[in-house]
Design a protein around this ligand. Structure first.
Ligand SMILES: C[S@@+](CC[C@H](N)C(=O)[O-])C[C@H]1O[C@@H](n2cnc3c(N)ncnc32)[C@H](O)[C@@H]1O
Length: 283
């Protein structure tokens, strides 16, 4: 923690550090089953990716807890700001975390390993969370864990919908504040449903108490099917009915449903054991 400057010279945690540490600790706890699953299946070749890693706190904690003493496994941090990449690189060298690597790149342009086993993104801004999910889906990630940040794209699309004179559902987002909140909610609904459409079993839960972060929604996905036709049709209908089409669905080629009802395909049969949803913390 000293190396990460989370502890002051006197050995105390400052308030920002404490907040960040709580988020990272909670996330680590909720991701533990996924990390252990990856390690069990790929003990020497596990590939973890942290997208929009910032100071890479999440990566350092994951490496310390799960990779430092393991037989193998690598962790790639992708970050757009070169000064943060350089600083994190120096820290990893000093800590001897030799299987951590760092790339300065946009999440949608980074050079990823062909196969990712777990991709995580903690508060990757706006559509950067979409870019992280696209990378996960394209590289067949077994597990994903994203905690989205602020979101603006869908709110702007909702504004256009309103201008186009949609029905009374438009009242849900007539005011800019409601549009921001509803846009953010709808974005995350689309994210969860997109993961399902691409074969993931999804859990949406609270990361930590609101006092630690307002951006507090955790979307966990575990790949259990090649794809899920039912979720795909539901997603296409949702896009058509709300009139939005965020970067995530555009890039993955998901189109709003054409008018005329398509029958909803049956629920796919689970191919992997269903995990219990984490219980949200109180307050
Ligand atoms: C709010 S910070 C979170 C950092 C870290 N994940 C954490 O929780 O401590 C978001 C980080 O994502 C980076 N970022 C945002 N959009 C990005 C993109 N498209 N490509 C790469 N990095 C991006 C920013 O530079 C910033 O460091």
């Amino acid at each position: 923690m000293r190396e990460l400057h989370l502890l002051t010279r006197e050995g105390h945690l400052n308030a920002d550090a404490l907040r960040k540490l709580k988020q990272v600790n909670h996330l680590m706890g909720l991701m533990r089953p996924a990390v252990e699953d990856v390690k069990a299946r790929h003990p020497e070749s596990a590939v973890f990716v942290d997208a929009g890693s910032g100071n890479a706190y999440l990566g350092f904690v994951l490496y310390e807890l799960f990779l430092k003493d393991a037989a193998g496994g690598t962790l790639l941090s992708v970050e757009g700001r070169p000064e943060l990449t350089e600083r994190a690189k120096g820290r990893a060298e000093r800590l001897g975390f030799s299987r951590m690597s760092f790339q300065t790149a946009h999440i949608d342009q980074a050079a990823y390993p062909e196969r990712i086993h777990l991709l995580m993104a903690l508060h990757a801004c706006d559509t950067a969370t979409d870019d992280a999910l696209i990378a996960a889906i394209r590289h067949g990630a077994d597990h994903v864990a994203v905690v989205p940040c602020c979101q603006a794209e869908v709110a702007a699309q909702l504004k256009e919908q309103r201008a186009a004179g949609k029905g009374s559902m438009g009242l849900l987002y007539a005011h800019p504040w409601h549009r921001r909140e509803f846009g953010s909610h709808l974005t995350n609904v689309v994210r969860a449903l997109t993961l399902e459409a691409f074969g993931y079993q999804v859990t949406v839960t609270e990361l930590t108490g609101w006092e630690h972060s307002l951006k507090n929604e955790l979307i966990l996905g575990r790949r259990v099917h090649r794809d899920n036709r039912r979720a795909r049709v539901q997603l296409e209908r949702l896009l058509a009915e709300t009139g939005v089409n965020p970067k995530l669905t555009r890039e993955l080629g998901v189109k709003p449903a054409a008018s005329g009802a398509t029958e909803l395909p049956a629920e796919p049969v689970a191919e992997a054991p269903v995990e219990e949803a984490p219980v949200p913390s109180e307050g």
